[in-house]
Write a protein that binds this ligand. Structure first.
Ligand code: TXA
Ligand code: MG
Length: 348
């Protein structure tokens, strides 16, 4: 069954209308500084169930609870360890999600039955105003169908969820472009479960030792189901090349030329330098900005991937940009999109 999805402006009237829908148990997508979220009242089990249904998301993948202010933490978390004060002061509002012990008011559906709850205070003014006006914590996964790329515009949201949700607030493109960093504070050592908008280096500067959950290999039980490789999968097979810049660019050239010679369409998801270098190949290029400007690469990444993929090239080739700062999150998302098609060139 399809419903009429309203497109609301990011002004006081639009936010008031969206907040009334949320209080009535309806779903509203809204911009955050990272990506668009699919919001529902986190304390209303029916609204939470509707989020899973609208996304087609399996019930074992828990949701992030969004607060208007860190002072609301006791409403959703049972215990607030000392590191939270330090991290909240440094990074909230902002793209950091903290995994804490679940408070009793949070329905088990939000946490996928688990004893921990993921919480963040988003920085986007529309998100903060909306959560404050709703007067309740808001559960919000990224506003895409399960397994798809996260939305960074209202048009992306409508492409995936139009007809399935009550409304979307159109606040324009999101400024960061990749999701929040998820940091688990319930372990002896704070552990990054998902790299994102706050870098590992920034976290280390505030809490000292930080562990990073390794993906793949299926070693331990899955702590963050969002780590699954099937996320972000484009229709066209994506190859990610990791290695020294010159060698990786040479690999892209050779691979693209081989594909073109065989009459196949090639999409290139690369920084501006590579776009210039490889302009002669007749490939479909989505330039991401200069590789040194990682913030612009992150901001453009998902829109560029969606645009390339919508033209259904026979393959998409992407170049890794290392793991410093935001590059770690970019590598994470590209390697998920590659679903194992990762080529590592050694530096020797
Ligand atoms: O930037 C973001 O975080 C966006 C915006 C909308 O806030 N939200 C987002 O939500 O990316 P979602 O649901 O697409 O991803 C949340 C991630 C998933 O990987 C989920 O498994 C993990 O956080 N997560 C949620 N609760 C958790 C918990 N209690 N323990 C471990 N991981 C958890
Ligand atoms: Mg998501």
């Amino acid at each position: 069954m399809s419903i009429d999805t309203q497109i609301l402006p990011p002004d006081a009237a639009g936010i008031a209308a969206a907040a009334a829908l949320l209080r009535a148990g309806q779903l509203v997508a809204f911009p955050t500084e990272t990506v668009y979220g699919l919001g529902g009242d986190a304390l209303n089990p029916a609204a939470v169930a509707a989020i899973f249904a609208a996304k087609g998301r399996p019930a074992d993948d828990p949701l992030i609870v969004h607060l208007a202010d860190a002072a609301d933490l006791p409403r959703v978390a049972a215990a607030v360890p000392p590191a939270v004060q330090e991290l909240a002061a440094a990074f909230w509002p902002g793209p950091l999600t903290l995994v804490l012990e679940r408070g009793p008011a949070v329905p088990l559906a939000v946490t996928a039955g688990g004893s921990t709850v993921a919480v963040r205070v988003p920085a986007h003014p529309v998100a903060r105003a909306l959560i404050a006006a709703a007067g309740t914590p808001i559960a919000a996964p990224s506003a895409n169908r399960f397994g798809h790329t996260s939305p960074t515009t209202a048009a992306h949201v409508l492409a995936d969820l139009g007809g399935r949700i009550a409304a979307v607030i159109d606040g324009g493109p999101t400024p960061i472009g990749v999701e929040s960093t998820v940091l688990d504070l319930t372990r002896p050592t704070p552990t990054v479960l998902r790299p994102g908008g706050v870098s590992l280096e920034e976290l280390q500067a505030h809490v000292g030792e930080v562990a990073v959950e390794s993906r793949g290999a299926g070693a331990q039980p899955l702590r963050s189901p969002g780590l699954l490789e099937r996320h972000y999968a484009p229709h066209s097979p994506l190859w990610l090349v990791i290695g020294p810049e010159g060698a990786a660019q040479a690999w892209l050239r050779e691979r693209a030329a081989t594909e073109r010679a065989a009459g196949r369409q090639v999409g290139l998801l690369v920084p501006d330098e590579d776009a210039a270098l490889l302009a002669d190949l007749g490939a479909d290029i989505e330039p991401l900005g200069p590789s040194a400007a990682l913030d612009s690469v992150a901001r453009r990444l998902y829109a560029a991937l969606r645009a390339l993929d919508s033209r259904r090239p026979d393959c998409i080739l992407a170049r890794d940009l290392g793991e410093r700062g935001l590059a770690r999150a970019i590598r994470d998302r590209l390697s998920r999109a590659a679903a194992g098609r990762v080529v590592v060139l050694n530096s020797g």
